[in-house]
Design a protein around this ligand. Structure first.
Ligand SMILES: [Zn+2]
Length: 83
């Protein structure tokens, strides 16, 4: 699957991602991904795994619906600013 790099100029990066790099490509991280441990996990008391991803790898992880949602959001922002 190819994801269009729509976050070339990110609007916002959380302070939690400052000085963090994407685990897959080494670029500035834009998203912190945290595992949700389900109550029926046989080791539910363990610490959740976390990782950092750049925006494009985050969208690859989340899939096409995330890409569409972000595009709709950004188009809405552009319309709000230009209309
Ligand atoms: Zn990346």
């Amino acid at each position: 699957m190819t994801v269009t790099p729509i976050f070339c100029d990110p609007l916002w990066v959380s302070v939690c991602c400052k000085n963090e790099v994407c685990a897959l490509c080494g670029q500035q991280a834009n998203a912190k991904v945290i595992e949700v441990i389900q109550p029926d996990d046989p080791f539910s008391s363990r610490r959740a795994m976390t990782g950092y991803l750049c925006a494009n790898h985050f969208l690859q992880l989340m899939g096409p619906s995330a890409v569409m949602a972000v595009e709709e959001y950004r188009n809405g922002l552009l319309c709000d600013n230009e209309c």
